[in-house]
Design a protein around this ligand. Structure first.
Ligand SMILES: *Cc1c(COP(=O)(O)O)cnc(C)c1O
Length: 356
């Protein structure tokens, strides 16, 4: 079955769970496709690669991932085009980014061969799990975990790389109310904010839960030193349209290099829009708001693609943004992104990867 160079053994499920799937009711990330890909690393090399029925892992309770958080992940989506083809969006970027994360967390590289061949073979096998219809896709979660059964603090010698997939509908069904966070921070220079380390998410849960109690959906993280400049919103990159300019924080140690971010900026430049990647302060955003120049604010990320922001909360005050219209940049770019990923418009930048 395998067409590439990596030897992948395949053990198919005895009984597909697909007939039990209700695609009209897809809770994000709770139902998983029939199979998963697992590759094992030991003695300095990638050894066993297999596709097996989705199921629990057998791990030592001493595994260093559990104690010290040596764990990283990726997030991507697979689409069923109108002509039936199975499409991925810029998957090599995810593979490269996984290895940026791996390096920062003292973990081994996952070679393109292991990542892509495992992914493609898994998707071919579970392709009937890709839901069709507006906003629906198969969310893919590749992740790398340290598995040594040793609780000394050092990089693990053994690892597992896995890929699991889950059919999903739209991530957010309403524009977001976000709160500017001025006590807690997500990332700091020299830290791990620019990589998809599991602990980045764990540490964000508590501050986010406080914001939720106050009626917000998400936070806007600000810089750790002064809480003056905006960084990201929740687990998305953050963008503003002020006047006719698209502005987003520039990449660095504290900003995750989102593939959606890069794609949105590329489309904006294609369309002749003014784009600025730079520091942007809360003061500047609120000044623009008061002057009537803050047109749009939104988050970008694979899960939501574009998450429109309707309200920004700052020090107890609520700033309501203008209503969205079909002419808004974020509305147009959300549609363009969807059209490219589903193979509906020309793929000018070579972003679409044909799985089968
Ligand atoms: C994954 C992630 C993003 C979005 O990246 P995409 O490649 O666009 O999905 C943005 N910010 C953080 C903190 C992330 O973890």
């Amino acid at each position: 079955m395998n067409t590439g160079t990596l030897q992948i053994s395949v053990k198919k499920t005895q009984q597909s769970r697909l007939p039990g799937l209700d695609i009209n009711n897809l809770p994000f990330g709770k139902v998983f496709s029939d199979h998963m890909f697992v590759a094992e690393y030991a003695d300095g090399e990638w050894k066993k690669a297999e596709i097996i029925p989705f199921g629990d892992l057998h791990l030592s309770p001493a595994s260093s991932m559990m104690h010290y958080g040596q764990a990283i992940f990726e997030g991507m989506k697979c689409y069923r085009a109108d002509n039936g083809e199975v499409l991925l969006f810029r998957p090599i970027e995810n593979q490269k980014r996984l290895n940026v994360s791996a390096q920062r967390m003292a973990m081994p590289d996952v070679p393109e061969e292991v990542f892509m061949e495992g992914l493609v073979e898994l998707l071919r096998l579970d392709q009937n799990w890709i839901p069709t219809g507006d906003g629906r896709s198969l969310y893919i979660r590749p992740f790398l975990i340290a598995t040594d059964d040793y609780i000394g603090v050092k990089p693990s010698d053994t690892y597992k790389f896995l890929i699991i997939t889950t059919p999903v509908g739209a991530y957010y069904d309403h524009p977001l109310k976000v709160k500017v966070e001025k006590t807690y921070f997500r990332a700091v220079e020299g830290g791990v904010g620019f990589v998809k380390a599991s602990g980045n998410y764990g540490r964000s849960l508590y501050p986010t839960s406080l914001a939720k109690k106050d009626g917000y959906d998400q936070l806007i993280w600000t810089d750790a030193r002064e809480h003056k400049y905006v960084e990201e919103s929740g687990t998305m990159n953050l963008m503003f349209v002020i006047g006719d300019t698209l502005i987003t924080p520039k990449l660095g140690d504290t900003i995750l290099a989102g593939i959606t971010r890069d794609s949105v900026l590329t489309l904006a430049r294609d369309w002749g829009m003014k784009v600025e990647e730079r520091k942007i302060s809360i003061d500047e955003i609120l000044d623009a708001y008061r002057a009537g120049n803050l047109r749009e604010a939104f988050g970008t990320g694979t899960a939501a693609t574009i998450a429109h922001i309707s309200n920004i909360g700052f020090e107890g005050q609520d700033f309501e943004l203008p209503k969205l219209t079909p002419e808004c940049f974020s509305v147009r770019v959300a549609k363009a992104m969807d059209d490219v990923r589903r193979g509906r418009i020309e793929d000018k930048h070579g972003w679409v990867y044909h799985v089968c």
